[in-house]
Design a protein around this ligand. Structure first.
Ligand code: FAD
Ligand code: SIN
Length: 540
């Protein structure tokens, strides 16, 4: 193994909306390096369908968007953060538009061209700015184009950040990064570092998240000693296509389709949602996902149906071309047949604790996007608030870093910790890969059944025991001959332990966390669950 070192001003880990927006907002004439573990577009961002929530309509206002976000957040959304984010929405959407991102528009009767606004669960107004049903793809492409056009941003694709570099004063000074094509470990020194590594969906058996979503940033930050919060709040999207996988993920059927009139039904055609919530099929996601889980358990069935046939076929094809084509490729014509759907893990509301400038509890380390816990969402995320949150915090992190960067300051390389360098291999080898695959399957099943939509005290205790066993089994591979699957599995076990630890510390039900042994909210727990390596004590 050959090591090399690079020095940059800003090291950005991740090339989804948060990483790219930070790079776009970073000062000119700085050395900016983005490392990303696959090709640049591969990210949760790339698959976002519904859109970005922003109070741009005439009958809307940031104040109303604020109210919806706070209500859905079930007591834990922080008012100052919600104010900041909802107020910034209209400006940020227009900035994206000015960059050339083609949101869908429509002509009003008076001739004015306005954004075509979608409707999603929990929103009291139409406020979802979208690019038909491929909003994330449009944003990802637009931002990559803009960032590349700057000419001063370097992107290393197929580079996986392994661990952060922390000096003796507990400042972040960069990261060790693995070049996946050569197996070379590169040390990147940076004056500021942004974690923008996205979500954790791959920890669960069924998820809408692509393979990159293994929680690396949260695990790295935890190992480095950062504060982590609210990991119990995992959002399960109610409607994903049943029975078909696309690589490691399931296909999302956007909530926006319910916003246009699609209705959830049991297999025998009963519209079951009104019995659970006055908003029926458009109730907040936690309610819908739990209602589906309840119906499936009660009826012993595998899926429910999403009936879109009341929507005009030409409108369905025009507004949801991606969903229409993908379902058709699996033999389902959504203009004529209901779609079999089930919930799947979708989004993590918790993550690395940041303040309103995106600063973590480690100096010079920022986090933004899904890996961060800004406390915007509280115990439940309002649909389409995450792309907006990523923009707000990536921008504020860049503003702060731009303001604080001191050109002359040198990094004290000699005081860097980091411990032993580990050696990497490109392939794990058949025998090892079989063990890794088995561990991964076990992990995903365990999390699905014991830390999923419905939890219990005994289930969480069992998950804790099993996770400790898995961590010990993984130990055998570390520190010798680590491969990428082992690194990702280590991160996933770390994240799983954080989810279970946070869930165990919340003996109540609130927002996305439902424990059947404590089925109601308890005001004693109307607070964030904040943990760190110092108090949990484990390192995988
Ligand atoms: P991501 O976009 O996931 O980017 C993470 C980046 O980090 C990737 O480039 C990845 O390769 C890289 N990375 C990860 N680990 C490492 C590592 N160790 N080293 C180097 N690079 C690494 N939200 C909405 O607001 N509206 C929607 O309509 C919407 N629809 C969604 C639909 C789907 C199917 C999914 C999965 C999510 C959706 N969400 C939506 C959520 C939203 O897309 C994400 O929360 C948001 O895109 C996260 O952006 P991000 O930049 O934080 O992370
Ligand atoms: C969707 O389109 O239903 C996803 C929106 C989101 O996750 O915010």
């Amino acid at each position: 193994m050959k090591d090399s070192a690079t020095l940059v001003d800003y090291l950005v880990i991740g090339s989804g909306i948060a990483g790219l927006w930070f790079a776009w907002k970073a000062d000119r004439n700085k050395r900016i390096l983005i490392v990303t573990k696959k090709d640049s577009p591969e990210s949760n961002t790339n698959y976002a369908q519904g859109g970005i929530a922003a109070a741009v309509a005439e009958n809307d206002a940031p104040r109303l968007h604020y109210q919806d976000t706070v209500r859905v957040g079930s007591g834990l959304a922080h008012p100052d953060v919600v104010t900041l984010v909802t107020a910034a929405g209209p400006r940020l959407v227009r900035e994206l538009w000015d960059l050339g991102i083609k949101f869908t528009t429509r002509r009003e009767t008076d001739g004015k061209v306005e954004f075509d606004l979608g409707q999603e669960g929990g929103h009291r107004r139409r406020r979802i700015v979208h690019a038909r049903d491929a909003t994330g793809f449009e944003i990802e492409q637009g931002l990559l184009k803009a960032v590349r056009a700057r000419g001063d941003v370097t992107i290393w694709e197929e580079h996986l950040a392994v661990d952060l570099l922390i000096d003796e004063e507990r400042k972040c000074c960069g990261a060790d990064v693995l070049d996946k094509s050569t197996g070379e470990l590169k040390r990147v020194y940076a004056r500021f570092c942004l974690l923008a590594t996205g979500g954790v969906g791959q920890v669960y058996r069924h998820t809408t998240n692509p393979a990159i979503a293994t929680g690396d940033g949260i695990a790295m930050a935890y190992r480095a000693g950062a504060r982590i919060a609210n990991m119990e709040f995992i959002q399960f999207h109610p409607t994903t296509l049943f029975g078909h996988r696309i690589n490691d993920r399931v296909f999302l059927i956007s909530e926006a389709i319910r916003g246009e009139g699609a209705v959830l039904k049991t297999i025998d055609g009963k519209d079951f949602m009104p019995a659970y919530h006055p908003d029926g099929s458009l109730a907040p996601r936690d309610v819908v996902a739990r209602a589906i889980a309840t119906e499936l358990a009660r009826r012993g069935e595998e899926f429910v149906l999403l009936d879109c046939t009341s929507i005009e076929p030409s409108k369905l094809r025009e507004r949801f071309p991606n969903i229409y084509k993908t379902c058709l490729s699996f033999g389902i014509d959504i203009t004529r047949q209901p779609i079999p759907v089930v919930p799947a893990a979708h989004y993590v509301c918790g993550g690395i604790v940041v303040n309103t400038w995106g600063e973590t509890s480690i100096k010079r380390l920022f986090a933004a996007g899904e890996c961060a816990c800004s406390r915007l969402h509280g115990a439940n995320r309002l649909a389409s608030n995450s792309l907006l949150e990523a923009l707000v915090f990536a921008e504020r992190a860049a503003m702060k870093a731009n303001e604080e960067i001191v050109e002359e300051e040198s990094i004290s390389f000699e005081r860097l910790g980091g411990g032993d360098r580990i050696s990497f291999i490109k392939e794990a080898g058949h025998d090892k890969q079989a063990v890794i695959d088995e561990l991964l399957n076990r992990l995903r099943n365990l999390m699905w059944y014991y830390a999923g939509i419905v939890r219990s005290d005994s289930g969480l205790r069992e998950a804790d025991v099993q996770l400790a066993r898995m961590a010990a089994e993984l130990e055998r591979f570390i520190p010798k001959n680590i491969s990428i699957p082992i690194l990702e599995l280590r991160n996933m076990i770390t994240v799983a332990k954080l989810i279970v630890a946070c869930a165990s510390r919340r003996p109540e039900s609130r927002g996305l966390h439902y424990n059947q042994d404590h089925p109601f909210p308890d005001e004693r727990f109307e607070r964030d669950t904040v943990v760190s390596k110092d108090d949990l004590g484990f390192v995988v």
